[in-house]
Ligand binder design. Structure first.
Ligand SMILES: Nc1ncnc2c1ncn2[C@@H]1O[C@H](COP(=O)(O)OP(=O)(O)OP(=O)(O)O)[C@@H](O)[C@H]1O
Ligand SMILES: [Mg+2]
Length: 787
């Protein structure tokens, strides 16, 4: 519609009504003209946007992440139906025909695509636009007039486009601010995020070598002799160890973890040295020496960002990195971008370690100083129970135990006067604890993991993991000056040797994480978008250089969705979502929700409230389920403490909660001390389903894994073969694989056959060691364990 036609309509109005409608018509004209000019200026706009994307090298966004907002149809207006008064009421059937015609026009679809509306968005926007028009009681004047004009052939159906586009931008606000979002999520030059570090010239020293070669030791020597220093470790236990070592060496050192701050100076002032978990290090405090331990963790899909931040951001004259040689090239490249040179210091293992030529085969062959490493709690329970049946005592360490309990178990195992000489542990011992282990026995080589896409996979452990775990045997500082490594099952031994002998792939990229400020700016542009959706859009829009990747933010999104409905400011919501929680623990998840709810009601979470909430006092565990419940309560107290450092007013009773947590740690310690009793009771009450593979099944699965590992060199998920049953002898050219290849059998048919075959076998006479029945068709997927 033209200006002249609007003006004509205006002139047609009776004088008395002009004043009343002036504002409405003026805004209608304005609204009409702006999008129209936008549409006409299309060619230049498209040209400029394509040139900007060419310069930024940005890819097309994943539009499936754009969740449409709801635009409600207009109800009756107090001013009446101005459009109808200016023209005439619309014939809805006519309007429907016009809209259908508009939707089908190829030119319109193409024009939409130029404005970022791909087929999916175009369709969604059109449905919403049509509903708006058909269901509104009175339409906006400009739309009413244009529709009326089209009905009377005074305008072309394409003239609807500006109104359609305006509507599309309302339901997909991201269309309006794509360039801004791209700028905000530009993660291409991370070194620039740390101006303090860039203002100084740092000396970077990389201590490289195998496990137990003294890397951390040498870095810590520098740290202790410096006037000030920061140690950044991967685990709370490691930060604690350095904190204690430093203070014992007469170098006052504070401790900072997510849940704990300990200052040692009598006046509460900060000491010149601090030991912290890597996420907690300050990138604004100047230090003489910084130590970043286990630098290869920079590649970790979820936590890698913390190592990247420490590496690029620590303000220290000397930065000492300790870790695998696989990280040297990447670190050197990253430091090239900051203009800093890397000095590499190589170390050799301090004590010899050998892979044995025989597997343990039976728990009857256990010797003092043995550590059996399992990758699931169920295996831990099963193995400790079988050890107890043999009249031996074992210590138990797994990731979800409180730190105090882990240390108590480690102490028991290390104590030469304690009868407990066997350790059963998950890979939680892979980094951190100093243990007197002579021989590491891999109970299995399969560990469930979450891949970069957040999918669960069952894979043989990586070379890096195997080396880390194996490296716990024969520590230089322990009484065993020689280490040994083997497997429980004969069939796994060759695979273990193969895994250990593989070269470790060089690390290619370092993790990154959006900051709260970046997400806040996204939220400013997309105010009605949920935090979880904002993260998805951020990650999709973000641009990173090849040396970096954006970390997996699934845990953050999980928490964001959990508390989405609770009214909180974005900053507060963001902090709640960064709280580290175990999402497999329902009680911990519901506690996050409860804490957020209390916070939003402005009700401080006091000691007495929390005691009631966790039903304190708690009784010692009577079975494994009780023990797991207590572990979850311990995690909830950790969550409280973590939040208390971020929201001191709302979580005011940290020190009382810490005392409570210590008491709980004691109860859990006693429980774990008697863990075999708890397992026995749980078994007799059928509370525990200790499912494990029989020796034969293990061997077959191991064969399959071996051949797969050979084929894919450990890069492809074993889980992706989930539908394929273990085939006898595990050869690549087994009958089963050939039949599948030839299309004579499907994966499902094989699965069914496998089930039937196993049922027949288990009905027969398989080995009947308690807790080792093969009930299912294959190893049950177990939950991964982490610290
Ligand atoms: N020169 C040394 N003098 C005394 N003790 C040492 C020396 N070097 C290393 N140690 C001790 O040997 C043990 C292993 O050393 P360290 O922890 O530094 O090894 P690492 O290479 O960092 O191993 P990992 O890769 O497992 O972290 C530690 O207990 C450490 O204190
Ligand atoms: Mg070390």
């Amino acid at each position: 519609m033209s200006f002249s036609r609007c003006a004509l309509l205006w002139a047609r109005l009776p004088a008395g009504r002009r004043a009343g409608h002036r504002a409405a018509v003026c805004s209608a004209l304005r609204a009409h003209v702006e999008p129209l000019t936008g549409a006409l200026g299309r060619v230049s706009a498209v040209a400029s946007s394509s040139s900007s994307s060419a310069s930024g090298g940005s890819k097309a966004p994943n539009t499936s992440l754009f969740v449409p907002l709801t635009v409600k149809p207009q109800g009756p207006s107090a001013d009446g139906d101005v459009g109808a008064e200016l023209t005439r009421p619309l014939d809805k059937n006519e309007v429907k025909k016009i809209l259908d015609k508009f939707y089908k026009r190829k030119e319109i679809q193409k024009l939409g695509a130029d404005y970022g509306l791909d087929a999916r968005l175009f369709h969604q926007a059109f449905i919403s636009f049509r509903n708006y028009i058909m269901q509104s009681h009175s339409l906006d004047v400009d739309i009413h007039i244009i529709l009326n004009d089209i009905c009377f052939s005074a305008a072309h159906v394409d003239d609807l486009f500006p109104f359609f586009l305006r509507h599309a931008k309302q339901i997909f606000p991201v269309l309006e601010c794509k360039d801004d979002l791209r700028k905000i999520s530009d993660l291409r030059i991370p070194p620039n995020w740390y101006p303090e570090a860039r203002a100084i010239q740092r000396k970077i020293i990389f201590h490289s070598g195998p496990t137990n070669s003294g890397k951390t030791y040498h870095a810590i020597q520098k740290y202790l002799s410096a006037k000030s220093g920061v140690y950044c470790g991967p685990l709370k236990l490691l930060a604690h160890e350095i904190f204690e070592k430093s203070n014992a060496a007469g170098v006052p050192c504070d401790l900072v973890t997510g849940e704990e701050r300990v200052t040692v100076e009598p006046d509460g002032k900060q000491a010149a040295h601090v030991a912290c978990t890597v996420e907690m290090c300050s990138v604004t405090t100047p230090y003489e020496v910084a130590v970043i331990d286990e630098i290869q963790m920079i590649k970790d899909p979820a936590r890698g960002w913390a190592w990247t931040r420490a590496l690029l951001g620590l303000c220290a004259e000397e930065v000492h990195l300790c870790g695998e040689s696989a990280a040297i090239d990447l670190v050197t490249e990253l430091m090239y971008t900051t203009g800093e040179e890397v000095e590499v210091r190589n170390y050799k293992r301090l004590t010899p370690i050998s892979v044995l030529d025989h597997a343990l085969e039976s728990l009857d062959n256990l010797r003092p100083g043995d550590c059996i490493v399992c990758f699931s709690k169920n295996d831990i329970y099963s193995v400790s129970r079988q050890i107890e049946i043999r009249g031996l005592e074992s210590a138990v360490i797994y990731g979800s135990l409180p730190p105090g309990t882990k240390l108590a178990q480690a102490k028991k195992f290390n104590d030469p006067d304690d009868p407990c000489k066997i350790l059963v542990a998950t890979d939680a011992i892979g980094m951190g604890l100093n243990l007197s282990i002579r021989r590491i026995i891999f109970y299995s080589l399969i560990k469930p993991t979450i891949n970069e896409k957040g999918e669960k996979e069952i894979e043989p452990i990586t070379t890096s993991q195997a080396l880390q775990i194996a490296g716990r045997a024969g520590r230089f500082s322990s009484k065993y000056k020689e280490g040994e490594v083997t497997t429980m099952n004969r069939e796994d031994l060759n695979l273990l040797k193969e895994i250990l002998n593989r070269p470790v792939d060089p690390i290619k990229a370092a993790g990154l994480h959006p900051t709260a400020e970046q997400i806040e700016m996204f939220a400013y542009h997309l105010p009605d978008t949920t935090l979880s959706n904002l993260i998805d859009i951020f990650v999709d829009f973000s641009q990173v250089d090849g040396q970096y990747f954006v970390c997996n933010m699934d845990d953050f999104k999980f928490s964001a969705e959990l508390i989405q409905h609770i009214p909180l400011s974005l900053r507060v919501r963001y902090v709640f979502c960064t709280a580290p929680i175990n999402k497999k623990q329902p009680f911990v998840c519901s506690s996050l929700l409860q804490f957020a709810r209390q916070y939003s009601r402005n009700e401080p979470l006091t000691f007495s409230w929390l005691r009631r909430y966790i039903k304190w006092p708690l009784l010692p565990p009577k079975n494994i389920k009780d023990l797991m419940d207590l572990e979850a309560v311990h995690d909830v107290l950790d969550l409280y403490l973590w939040l208390s450092y971020r929201f001191i007013d709302m979580f005011p009773d940290a020190s009382l909660i810490r005392d409570l947590q210590k008491e709980l740690d004691g109860i859990i310690q006693d429980g774990v001390h008697n863990i075999t009793k708890l397992i026995k009771i749980s078994e007799s009450h059928k509370l525990l389903n200790l499912e494990s593979l029989s020796a034969e099944n293990r061997s077959r699965l191991s064969g399959t894994l071996k051949s797969q590992a050979r084929r894919v060199r450990g890069t492809k998920a074993v889980g992706s073969k989930a539908a394929e049953p273990p085939v006898p002898n595990g050869g690549e050219k087994s009958l089963a694989s050939r039949l599948v290849q030839q299309g004579l059998l499907t994966a499902d048919m094989l699965k069914q056959l496998e089930k039937e075959w196993l049922t027949q076998r288990t009905d027969g006479k398989e080995r009947t060691e308690p807790g080792t029945y093969s009930k299912g068709t294959r190893r049950k997927k177990k939950e991964p364990d982490s610290d």
